[in-house]
Design a binder for this molecule. Structure first.
Ligand code: NAP
Length: 283
């Protein structure tokens, strides 16, 4: 019998969603409109279309309004920028989400950076990232912020812990490391050029797997009693970035896949959109 805790993102997200639903309803009654997320999908990537549909459904179930704009895969950067500009100006829109990745011909960073900071509820702008890293007010990038909120809901204190983030993408690995550092973890960010990853995995108290490779990290290589967060999701293999075989004999807590990080990401998008409307009305 072991005491391993399953960090149940689905349950935590559901509990949070019911609180957010009450907040959304209060805002709607008071200001005559629902909090609104505008989601832009460029192209016909089936995985992106599924993610957008999931986000739309979750937003609606909590009482948000959604505007989903689907653009042709041959759209230019300029056309996407025009749409972003119109949504920035639209006072009935609280948050803008540009689904990543956009087709190759579009400059994603330029598009992200044209989203107004006040509406950057997905936490993708350079300025928003900088503010977050400096510990200033910002919307945290949804997946890492969702992970921080999940850790907090289980009262897991990162202070003084050695946290290893495997992956350094703009939307996940880098902001994850900065958020953990802001909570006083001692952080290491590993990437494809990192030497001797197995030795780092063996030392870390908290491991965040954000590699994008199915079962890349073997849980048998983790430190006994450590905490594992698996942010990866591979729909075909139906697994994350960690081979979980034997996990409960090794770690003290871990996120299941699915049902760990994914639901917290969507919940955090809703959380940030409501926060954006509250900021607009100084609630
Ligand atoms: P990404 O942009 O492909 O980044 C992957 C990172 O892994 C890169 O920084 C890369 O290093 C690093 N990496 C690759 N091979 C490595 C190796 N051998 N050793 C150490 N590091 C290595 O991926 P992402 O967008 O961050 O996503 C990562 C995972 O999270 C994916 O499985 C994705 O599906 C999942 N995800 C889940 C959610 C959710 O809501 N659950 C949201 C977003 C992403 P370099 O920088 O050196 O190339």
């Amino acid at each position: 019998m072991n005491n391993c805790i399953v960090l149940d993102g689905r349950k935590v997200a559901e509990e949070s969603n019911s609180k957010l639903s009450a907040q959304a309803s209060n805002l709607t009654n008071k200001y005559g409109r629902k909090p609104c997320l505008a989601a832009i999908l460029v192209g016909d990537d089936p995985a992106s279309a599924t993610y957008i549909a999931m986000k739309e459904k979750a937003c609606k179930s909590v009482g948000l309004e959604t505007k989903t704009i689907i653009m042709n895969k041959d759209s230019t950067t300029e056309v996407v920028l025009e749409l972003i500009s119109a949504l920035n100006e639209d006072e009935n829109v609280d948050g803008i989400l540009l689904q990543h990745p956009v087709p190759k011909g579009i400059d994603e960073i330029v598009c992200f950076n044209n989203i107004s900071l006040n509406k950057d509820v997905d936490g993708v702008t350079t300025l928003g990232y900088g503010n977050m890293a400096m510990g200033l007010d910002s919307f945290g990038s949804c997946t890492p912020f969702g992970i921080m909120r999940l850790l907090e809901s289980y009262q897991i204190d990162c202070s003084g812990k050695l946290a290893l983030v495997v992956g350094r993408s703009q939307i996940l690995g880098k902001p994850m490391s900065a958020m953990l550092l802001n909570k006083n973890a001692t952080t290491i960010t590993a990437h494809s050029k990192t030497e001797n990853l197995p030795s780092l995995l063996k030392q870390a108290d908290i491991v965040i797997a954000a590699v994008g490779k199915p079962k890349f990290i073997k849980c048998t290589g983790l430190k006994k009693g450590s905490i594992l967060i698996d942010a990866g999701y591979h729909p075909i293999e139906k697994c994350g970035d960690v081979d979980m075989n034997g996990i409960e004999d090794i770690v003290s807590a871990y996120t299941p896949v699915p049902g760990g990080v994914g639901p917290m990401t969507i919940n955090t998008l809703i959380y940030n959109t409501i926060k954006s409307m509250e900021k607009t009305f100084n609630v």
